[in-house]
Write a protein that binds this ligand. Structure first.
Ligand code: HEM
Length: 419
Protein backbone atom coordinates (compact mmCIF):
# COMPACT_ATOMS: atom_id res chain seq x y z
CA UNK A 1 0.00 0.00 0.00
CA UNK A 2 1.32 3.51 -0.81
CA UNK A 3 1.87 5.72 2.21
CA UNK A 4 -0.63 8.55 2.31
CA UNK A 5 1.12 11.66 3.55
CA UNK A 6 -1.03 14.74 4.10
CA UNK A 7 -0.39 18.23 5.42
CA UNK A 8 -0.84 17.47 9.14
CA UNK A 9 -0.79 21.08 10.28
CA UNK A 10 -3.60 21.93 7.88
CA UNK A 11 -5.63 18.87 8.91
CA UNK A 12 -5.11 19.86 12.52
CA UNK A 13 -6.56 23.33 11.94
CA UNK A 14 -9.45 22.13 9.77
CA UNK A 15 -10.39 19.22 12.05
CA UNK A 16 -10.05 20.65 15.54
CA UNK A 17 -13.27 21.55 17.32
CA UNK A 18 -11.34 24.21 19.27
CA UNK A 19 -10.28 26.07 16.11
CA UNK A 20 -12.04 29.15 14.68
CA UNK A 21 -13.67 26.95 12.05
CA UNK A 22 -16.02 25.52 14.69
CA UNK A 23 -16.49 28.64 16.84
CA UNK A 24 -20.07 29.15 15.65
CA UNK A 25 -20.91 25.50 16.45
CA UNK A 26 -19.78 26.07 20.03
CA UNK A 27 -16.64 23.98 19.42
CA UNK A 28 -14.96 25.28 22.59
CA UNK A 29 -17.83 24.14 24.84
CA UNK A 30 -16.23 21.69 27.25
CA UNK A 31 -18.88 20.94 29.87
CA UNK A 32 -20.67 17.57 29.97
CA UNK A 33 -24.16 18.48 28.62
CA UNK A 34 -25.82 15.22 29.66
CA UNK A 35 -26.72 16.13 33.29
CA UNK A 36 -28.59 19.20 31.97
CA UNK A 37 -30.30 17.13 29.28
CA UNK A 38 -31.37 14.62 31.93
CA UNK A 39 -32.80 17.34 34.18
CA UNK A 40 -34.73 18.90 31.28
CA UNK A 41 -36.07 15.55 30.07
CA UNK A 42 -37.18 14.68 33.59
CA UNK A 43 -39.08 17.95 33.97
CA UNK A 44 -41.07 17.83 30.72
CA UNK A 45 -40.49 16.77 27.14
CA UNK A 46 -40.69 20.28 25.61
CA UNK A 47 -39.07 23.45 26.99
CA UNK A 48 -38.89 27.01 25.67
CA UNK A 49 -35.50 28.09 24.27
CA UNK A 50 -32.72 26.36 22.35
CA UNK A 51 -30.41 23.69 23.86
CA UNK A 52 -27.36 25.99 23.97
CA UNK A 53 -29.33 28.47 26.10
CA UNK A 54 -30.23 25.71 28.55
CA UNK A 55 -26.52 24.84 28.70
CA UNK A 56 -25.53 28.43 29.49
CA UNK A 57 -23.70 29.09 26.20
CA UNK A 58 -23.74 32.77 25.30
CA UNK A 59 -21.43 32.73 22.26
CA UNK A 60 -22.50 32.86 18.62
CA UNK A 61 -24.35 29.89 17.18
CA UNK A 62 -24.90 28.87 13.59
CA UNK A 63 -26.47 25.52 12.85
CA UNK A 64 -29.66 24.06 11.41
CA UNK A 65 -32.47 26.18 12.98
CA UNK A 66 -30.04 28.73 14.47
CA UNK A 67 -29.69 31.57 15.19
CA UNK A 68 -33.10 32.90 13.89
CA UNK A 69 -33.45 35.48 16.68
CA UNK A 70 -36.82 36.71 15.35
CA UNK A 71 -38.60 33.39 15.98
CA UNK A 72 -39.71 31.62 19.17
CA UNK A 73 -37.58 28.54 19.98
CA UNK A 74 -38.55 25.32 21.75
CA UNK A 75 -36.59 22.13 22.45
CA UNK A 76 -37.60 18.50 22.91
CA UNK A 77 -35.53 16.13 25.04
CA UNK A 78 -37.23 12.71 25.20
CA UNK A 79 -37.23 9.95 22.61
CA UNK A 80 -40.91 9.93 21.71
CA UNK A 81 -41.23 13.68 21.20
CA UNK A 82 -37.98 14.00 19.22
CA UNK A 83 -39.02 11.07 17.00
CA UNK A 84 -42.38 12.78 16.38
CA UNK A 85 -40.68 16.03 15.35
CA UNK A 86 -38.42 14.23 12.87
CA UNK A 87 -41.15 11.94 11.53
CA UNK A 88 -44.10 14.33 11.13
CA UNK A 89 -43.16 16.34 8.06
CA UNK A 90 -46.57 17.98 7.80
CA UNK A 91 -46.30 19.82 11.12
CA UNK A 92 -42.48 20.09 11.25
CA UNK A 93 -40.67 21.15 8.08
CA UNK A 94 -37.15 22.09 7.03
CA UNK A 95 -38.07 24.90 4.64
CA UNK A 96 -40.20 27.99 5.16
CA UNK A 97 -40.14 31.42 3.48
CA UNK A 98 -37.61 33.62 5.30
CA UNK A 99 -38.86 36.48 7.50
CA UNK A 100 -37.58 39.99 6.77
CA UNK A 101 -33.85 40.09 7.51
CA UNK A 102 -33.34 36.31 7.51
CA UNK A 103 -30.90 34.77 5.02
CA UNK A 104 -32.40 32.46 2.37
CA UNK A 105 -32.05 28.71 3.05
CA UNK A 106 -29.76 26.57 0.89
CA UNK A 107 -32.93 25.04 -0.50
CA UNK A 108 -31.28 23.32 -3.46
CA UNK A 109 -29.93 20.77 -0.94
CA UNK A 110 -32.19 17.89 0.17
CA UNK A 111 -31.73 18.70 3.86
CA UNK A 112 -33.75 21.86 3.21
CA UNK A 113 -36.47 20.33 1.02
CA UNK A 114 -39.79 18.93 2.17
CA UNK A 115 -42.48 16.50 0.99
CA UNK A 116 -42.63 15.36 -2.61
CA UNK A 117 -39.72 17.53 -3.79
CA UNK A 118 -37.49 16.08 -1.06
CA UNK A 119 -38.50 12.50 -1.89
CA UNK A 120 -37.85 12.86 -5.61
CA UNK A 121 -34.39 14.41 -5.18
CA UNK A 122 -33.36 12.00 -2.42
CA UNK A 123 -34.45 9.03 -4.56
CA UNK A 124 -31.79 9.98 -7.13
CA UNK A 125 -28.85 9.20 -4.87
CA UNK A 126 -30.43 6.70 -2.46
CA UNK A 127 -29.28 3.62 -4.48
CA UNK A 128 -25.63 4.59 -3.92
CA UNK A 129 -26.16 4.61 -0.15
CA UNK A 130 -28.12 1.40 0.54
CA UNK A 131 -26.44 -1.16 2.89
CA UNK A 132 -25.41 -3.50 0.06
CA UNK A 133 -23.54 -0.61 -1.60
CA UNK A 134 -21.25 -0.07 1.43
CA UNK A 135 -18.79 -2.56 -0.07
CA UNK A 136 -18.57 -0.39 -3.24
CA UNK A 137 -17.40 2.53 -1.08
CA UNK A 138 -15.04 0.26 0.85
CA UNK A 139 -13.42 -1.30 -2.22
CA UNK A 140 -13.17 1.90 -4.24
CA UNK A 141 -11.90 4.28 -1.58
CA UNK A 142 -12.01 3.54 2.14
CA UNK A 143 -9.79 0.43 2.28
CA UNK A 144 -6.96 2.06 0.35
CA UNK A 145 -7.18 5.30 2.31
CA UNK A 146 -7.15 3.53 5.70
CA UNK A 147 -4.21 1.33 4.64
CA UNK A 148 -2.22 4.27 3.26
CA UNK A 149 -2.76 6.31 6.43
CA UNK A 150 -1.69 3.44 8.70
CA UNK A 151 1.43 2.85 6.59
CA UNK A 152 2.34 6.53 7.04
CA UNK A 153 2.55 6.29 10.84
CA UNK A 154 3.14 2.55 11.46
CA UNK A 155 6.89 3.17 11.94
CA UNK A 156 6.19 5.39 14.99
CA UNK A 157 4.94 4.25 18.39
CA UNK A 158 2.29 6.90 18.99
CA UNK A 159 -0.20 9.01 17.01
CA UNK A 160 -3.05 11.44 17.39
CA UNK A 161 -5.62 9.41 15.52
CA UNK A 162 -7.91 12.44 15.31
CA UNK A 163 -5.55 14.11 12.83
CA UNK A 164 -3.75 11.11 11.40
CA UNK A 165 -6.68 8.77 10.83
CA UNK A 166 -10.24 9.78 11.81
CA UNK A 167 -10.30 13.05 9.86
CA UNK A 168 -8.79 11.90 6.55
CA UNK A 169 -10.75 8.64 6.14
CA UNK A 170 -14.22 10.11 5.53
CA UNK A 171 -12.80 13.19 3.79
CA UNK A 172 -10.83 11.14 1.25
CA UNK A 173 -13.66 8.63 0.83
CA UNK A 174 -16.24 11.27 -0.10
CA UNK A 175 -13.88 13.45 -2.15
CA UNK A 176 -12.62 10.30 -3.90
CA UNK A 177 -16.20 9.43 -4.82
CA UNK A 178 -16.46 12.84 -6.53
CA UNK A 179 -13.21 12.34 -8.47
CA UNK A 180 -11.44 15.05 -6.43
CA UNK A 181 -7.72 14.46 -5.97
CA UNK A 182 -6.04 13.96 -2.57
CA UNK A 183 -4.13 17.22 -3.17
CA UNK A 184 -7.40 19.18 -3.48
CA UNK A 185 -9.28 17.35 -0.69
CA UNK A 186 -8.29 19.78 2.06
CA UNK A 187 -9.33 22.75 -0.13
CA UNK A 188 -12.73 21.10 -0.43
CA UNK A 189 -13.00 20.65 3.32
CA UNK A 190 -12.12 24.29 3.83
CA UNK A 191 -14.75 25.34 1.28
CA UNK A 192 -17.57 23.33 2.85
CA UNK A 193 -16.79 24.22 6.47
CA UNK A 194 -16.87 27.97 6.00
CA UNK A 195 -20.07 29.55 7.33
CA UNK A 196 -20.05 31.68 4.20
CA UNK A 197 -20.20 28.50 2.06
CA UNK A 198 -17.43 28.85 -0.47
CA UNK A 199 -19.39 27.60 -3.47
CA UNK A 200 -16.92 29.26 -5.86
CA UNK A 201 -14.04 26.96 -4.82
CA UNK A 202 -16.23 23.92 -5.09
CA UNK A 203 -17.49 24.99 -8.50
CA UNK A 204 -13.90 25.54 -9.73
CA UNK A 205 -13.02 21.97 -8.73
CA UNK A 206 -16.21 20.22 -9.72
CA UNK A 207 -17.40 21.86 -12.96
CA UNK A 208 -14.57 20.27 -15.02
CA UNK A 209 -15.26 16.87 -13.42
CA UNK A 210 -19.01 17.21 -14.09
CA UNK A 211 -18.28 18.06 -17.75
CA UNK A 212 -15.92 15.09 -18.10
CA UNK A 213 -18.44 12.64 -16.58
CA UNK A 214 -21.20 13.95 -18.83
CA UNK A 215 -18.95 13.00 -21.77
CA UNK A 216 -17.82 9.68 -20.34
CA UNK A 217 -19.40 8.36 -17.11
CA UNK A 218 -17.17 6.49 -14.67
CA UNK A 219 -17.82 4.29 -11.66
CA UNK A 220 -18.23 7.11 -9.13
CA UNK A 221 -20.84 9.27 -7.43
CA UNK A 222 -20.61 12.25 -9.75
CA UNK A 223 -21.35 9.95 -12.71
CA UNK A 224 -24.47 8.79 -10.84
CA UNK A 225 -25.57 12.40 -10.36
CA UNK A 226 -24.99 13.53 -13.95
CA UNK A 227 -26.82 10.54 -15.44
CA UNK A 228 -29.92 10.65 -13.23
CA UNK A 229 -33.21 11.85 -14.68
CA UNK A 230 -35.79 13.92 -12.80
CA UNK A 231 -39.45 14.36 -13.66
CA UNK A 232 -40.63 17.93 -12.98
CA UNK A 233 -44.02 18.67 -11.46
CA UNK A 234 -45.29 19.44 -14.99
CA UNK A 235 -44.13 15.97 -16.15
CA UNK A 236 -41.01 17.11 -18.08
CA UNK A 237 -38.05 14.75 -17.71
CA UNK A 238 -34.60 16.32 -17.44
CA UNK A 239 -31.10 15.58 -16.22
CA UNK A 240 -29.72 17.47 -13.22
CA UNK A 241 -28.24 20.84 -14.13
CA UNK A 242 -24.68 21.72 -13.07
CA UNK A 243 -26.19 23.86 -10.27
CA UNK A 244 -28.27 20.94 -9.00
CA UNK A 245 -25.25 18.61 -9.08
CA UNK A 246 -23.24 21.24 -7.20
CA UNK A 247 -25.94 21.62 -4.52
CA UNK A 248 -25.99 17.85 -3.97
CA UNK A 249 -22.21 17.76 -3.96
CA UNK A 250 -21.97 20.55 -1.41
CA UNK A 251 -24.24 18.77 1.08
CA UNK A 252 -22.67 15.34 0.55
CA UNK A 253 -19.12 16.68 0.82
CA UNK A 254 -19.99 18.66 3.98
CA UNK A 255 -22.02 15.90 5.66
CA UNK A 256 -19.65 13.15 4.53
CA UNK A 257 -16.46 14.82 5.76
CA UNK A 258 -17.67 16.53 8.93
CA UNK A 259 -19.49 13.85 10.90
CA UNK A 260 -17.89 10.42 10.64
CA UNK A 261 -14.55 11.96 11.60
CA UNK A 262 -15.81 12.95 15.07
CA UNK A 263 -17.93 9.84 15.54
CA UNK A 264 -14.92 7.65 14.74
CA UNK A 265 -12.93 9.50 17.41
CA UNK A 266 -15.75 9.06 19.93
CA UNK A 267 -15.93 5.34 19.10
CA UNK A 268 -12.17 4.77 19.40
CA UNK A 269 -11.98 6.57 22.75
CA UNK A 270 -15.00 4.62 24.06
CA UNK A 271 -13.63 1.28 22.85
CA UNK A 272 -10.13 1.81 24.21
CA UNK A 273 -11.63 2.81 27.58
CA UNK A 274 -13.76 -0.35 27.88
CA UNK A 275 -11.44 -3.36 28.27
CA UNK A 276 -14.15 -6.01 27.96
CA UNK A 277 -15.48 -4.62 24.67
CA UNK A 278 -11.91 -4.12 23.39
CA UNK A 279 -10.92 -7.72 24.21
CA UNK A 280 -14.01 -9.03 22.41
CA UNK A 281 -13.42 -6.79 19.38
CA UNK A 282 -9.82 -8.01 19.18
CA UNK A 283 -11.08 -11.60 19.09
CA UNK A 284 -14.01 -11.05 16.79
CA UNK A 285 -14.19 -8.04 14.45
CA UNK A 286 -17.97 -8.44 14.01
CA UNK A 287 -18.36 -7.01 17.54
CA UNK A 288 -17.34 -3.65 16.04
CA UNK A 289 -20.77 -3.28 14.44
CA UNK A 290 -22.45 -3.03 17.85
CA UNK A 291 -19.60 -0.89 19.17
CA UNK A 292 -20.24 1.67 16.42
CA UNK A 293 -24.02 1.63 16.86
CA UNK A 294 -23.71 2.06 20.61
CA UNK A 295 -21.29 4.94 20.12
CA UNK A 296 -23.81 6.79 17.91
CA UNK A 297 -26.52 6.21 20.54
CA UNK A 298 -24.36 7.08 23.53
CA UNK A 299 -22.65 10.23 22.18
CA UNK A 300 -23.90 11.26 18.72
CA UNK A 301 -21.58 13.75 17.09
CA UNK A 302 -24.50 15.94 15.97
CA UNK A 303 -26.64 16.17 19.10
CA UNK A 304 -29.40 18.45 17.81
CA UNK A 305 -31.38 18.93 14.57
CA UNK A 306 -34.28 21.32 14.14
CA UNK A 307 -37.50 21.96 12.26
CA UNK A 308 -39.76 24.92 11.57
CA UNK A 309 -43.32 24.62 12.88
CA UNK A 310 -45.53 24.66 9.75
CA UNK A 311 -48.85 25.45 11.46
CA UNK A 312 -50.08 26.25 14.98
CA UNK A 313 -50.05 22.91 16.80
CA UNK A 314 -49.46 21.13 20.06
CA UNK A 315 -46.41 19.02 20.84
CA UNK A 316 -46.48 16.88 23.99
CA UNK A 317 -49.06 19.27 25.46
CA UNK A 318 -47.14 22.47 24.62
CA UNK A 319 -48.68 24.95 22.15
CA UNK A 320 -46.31 25.86 19.31
CA UNK A 321 -47.06 28.80 17.00
CA UNK A 322 -46.53 28.53 13.24
CA UNK A 323 -43.07 29.80 12.30
CA UNK A 324 -41.47 28.76 15.59
CA UNK A 325 -38.40 26.52 15.63
CA UNK A 326 -38.35 23.24 17.49
CA UNK A 327 -34.97 21.66 18.28
CA UNK A 328 -34.98 17.87 18.61
CA UNK A 329 -32.19 17.03 21.05
CA UNK A 330 -31.19 13.63 19.70
CA UNK A 331 -28.43 13.26 22.27
CA UNK A 332 -30.92 13.59 25.15
CA UNK A 333 -33.46 11.34 23.42
CA UNK A 334 -30.76 8.68 22.97
CA UNK A 335 -30.42 8.42 26.75
CA UNK A 336 -34.13 8.30 27.53
CA UNK A 337 -34.48 5.85 30.46
CA UNK A 338 -37.92 4.83 29.16
CA UNK A 339 -36.13 3.22 26.22
CA UNK A 340 -32.73 2.10 27.56
CA UNK A 341 -31.55 0.66 30.87
CA UNK A 342 -28.52 2.42 32.42
CA UNK A 343 -28.62 4.85 29.43
CA UNK A 344 -25.50 6.82 30.41
CA UNK A 345 -23.28 3.76 30.09
CA UNK A 346 -21.48 2.85 26.90
CA UNK A 347 -22.54 -0.80 26.59
CA UNK A 348 -22.16 -2.36 23.13
CA UNK A 349 -23.72 -5.58 24.43
CA UNK A 350 -27.12 -4.09 25.31
CA UNK A 351 -30.12 -5.37 23.29
CA UNK A 352 -30.34 -3.35 20.04
CA UNK A 353 -33.02 -0.65 20.08
CA UNK A 354 -33.31 2.01 17.36
CA UNK A 355 -31.77 5.35 18.37
CA UNK A 356 -31.92 8.84 16.82
CA UNK A 357 -28.17 9.46 16.32
CA UNK A 358 -28.61 9.15 12.55
CA UNK A 359 -31.96 10.98 12.69
CA UNK A 360 -35.33 9.43 11.88
CA UNK A 361 -38.13 9.80 9.34
CA UNK A 362 -37.84 11.35 5.87
CA UNK A 363 -34.46 13.03 6.46
CA UNK A 364 -32.82 10.05 8.21
CA UNK A 365 -29.09 10.11 7.44
CA UNK A 366 -28.47 9.22 3.83
CA UNK A 367 -24.85 8.28 4.55
CA UNK A 368 -25.44 6.15 7.66
CA UNK A 369 -24.32 2.87 6.06
CA UNK A 370 -21.24 4.52 4.57
CA UNK A 371 -20.41 6.01 7.98
CA UNK A 372 -20.88 2.64 9.73
CA UNK A 373 -18.61 0.99 7.16
CA UNK A 374 -15.93 3.69 7.45
CA UNK A 375 -15.77 3.45 11.22
CA UNK A 376 -15.91 -0.36 11.49
CA UNK A 377 -13.36 -0.82 8.72
CA UNK A 378 -11.10 1.92 10.09
CA UNK A 379 -11.03 0.54 13.63
CA UNK A 380 -10.67 -3.04 12.37
CA UNK A 381 -7.65 -2.01 10.28
CA UNK A 382 -6.09 -0.32 13.33
CA UNK A 383 -6.58 -3.41 15.50
CA UNK A 384 -5.06 -5.58 12.74
CA UNK A 385 -2.00 -3.33 12.44
CA UNK A 386 -1.51 -2.64 16.16
CA UNK A 387 -2.71 -5.56 18.31
CA UNK A 388 -1.79 -3.70 21.52
CA UNK A 389 -3.32 -0.33 20.54
CA UNK A 390 -4.18 1.68 23.66
CA UNK A 391 -4.82 5.25 24.81
CA UNK A 392 -1.53 6.99 25.51
CA UNK A 393 -1.20 7.06 29.34
CA UNK A 394 1.51 9.72 29.22
CA UNK A 395 -0.69 12.55 27.94
CA UNK A 396 -3.96 13.98 29.30
CA UNK A 397 -6.96 11.74 28.55
CA UNK A 398 -9.10 12.83 25.59
CA UNK A 399 -12.14 14.92 26.39
CA UNK A 400 -15.42 15.14 24.45
CA UNK A 401 -16.08 18.78 23.64
CA UNK A 402 -18.39 20.87 21.44
CA UNK A 403 -21.99 21.98 21.53
CA UNK A 404 -23.74 21.49 18.18
CA UNK A 405 -20.88 19.35 16.86
CA UNK A 406 -19.23 17.05 19.39
CA UNK A 407 -16.13 14.89 19.39
CA UNK A 408 -12.83 14.30 21.20
CA UNK A 409 -10.25 17.10 21.41
CA UNK A 410 -7.49 14.57 20.56
CA UNK A 411 -7.24 10.78 20.22
CA UNK A 412 -3.72 10.03 21.52
CA UNK A 413 -2.70 6.37 21.20
CA UNK A 414 0.38 4.19 21.62
CA UNK A 415 1.45 0.78 20.46
CA UNK A 416 4.44 -1.51 20.26
CA UNK A 417 6.33 -0.40 23.38
CA UNK A 418 5.74 -0.90 27.09
CA UNK A 419 4.20 2.13 28.78
C1 HEM B 1 -21.42 9.01 12.02
C2 HEM B 1 -21.61 9.85 11.04
C3 HEM B 1 -22.91 10.54 10.76
C4 HEM B 1 -23.89 10.98 11.61
C5 HEM B 1 -23.94 10.82 13.13
C6 HEM B 1 -24.91 11.60 10.79
C7 HEM B 1 -26.10 12.13 11.29
C8 HEM B 1 -27.13 12.63 10.50
C9 HEM B 1 -28.40 13.06 11.01
C10 HEM B 1 -28.82 13.07 12.47
C11 HEM B 1 -29.15 13.46 9.94
C12 HEM B 1 -30.60 13.98 9.97
C13 HEM B 1 -30.68 15.48 9.90
C14 HEM B 1 -32.10 16.00 10.05
O1 HEM B 1 -33.01 15.25 10.36
O2 HEM B 1 -32.29 17.23 9.87
C15 HEM B 1 -28.34 13.30 8.76
C16 HEM B 1 -28.75 13.62 7.47
C17 HEM B 1 -27.94 13.49 6.38
N1 HEM B 1 -26.70 12.89 6.32
FE1 HEM B 1 -25.66 12.12 7.87
N2 HEM B 1 -24.52 11.57 9.48
C18 HEM B 1 -23.33 10.91 9.41
C19 HEM B 1 -22.59 10.62 8.26
C20 HEM B 1 -22.96 10.97 6.98
C21 HEM B 1 -22.20 10.67 5.77
C22 HEM B 1 -20.88 9.89 5.75
C23 HEM B 1 -22.89 11.21 4.74
C24 HEM B 1 -22.58 11.20 3.25
C25 HEM B 1 -21.68 10.45 2.68
C26 HEM B 1 -24.10 11.82 5.27
C27 HEM B 1 -25.06 12.48 4.52
C28 HEM B 1 -26.24 12.96 5.02
C29 HEM B 1 -27.25 13.63 4.19
C30 HEM B 1 -27.14 13.91 2.69
C31 HEM B 1 -28.30 13.96 5.04
C32 HEM B 1 -29.59 14.68 4.64
C33 HEM B 1 -30.65 13.66 4.28
C34 HEM B 1 -31.99 14.28 3.89
O3 HEM B 1 -32.20 15.47 4.13
O4 HEM B 1 -32.80 13.53 3.35
N3 HEM B 1 -24.10 11.65 6.63
N4 HEM B 1 -27.10 12.77 9.12
Amino acid sequence: MTELVLDRARIRSLFDLRSDVYASRGGMFDVDPYPTFERLRATGPVHPGAPHEALGWTGDVFFQGLPYPGRPHFSAYDYETCATVLQDDERFVTNVPPLAGEPPLADAAILFMDGKRHRSYRRLVQPSFVPSRAVWWLNHWTREVAGGLIDAFAGDTRADLNTDFCAPIPLLTITGSFGITVEEALNVREAVTSDGRDVATLARLLIPIIAARRQEPGDDLISVLVQEEMTDEDGVVHRLSDEEVLAFAFLLLAAGSGTTWKQMGITIVALLSHPEALAKAREDRSVLRSVVEESVRWTPTDPVFSRFVAKDCELAGVALPAGAIVHACLAAANRDPLRWDHPDEFDPFRPPNGHLGFGFGPHVCLGAHVARMEITHGIGALLDAFPDLRLDPEVPAPKFIGLYERGPDVVPVRWGVES
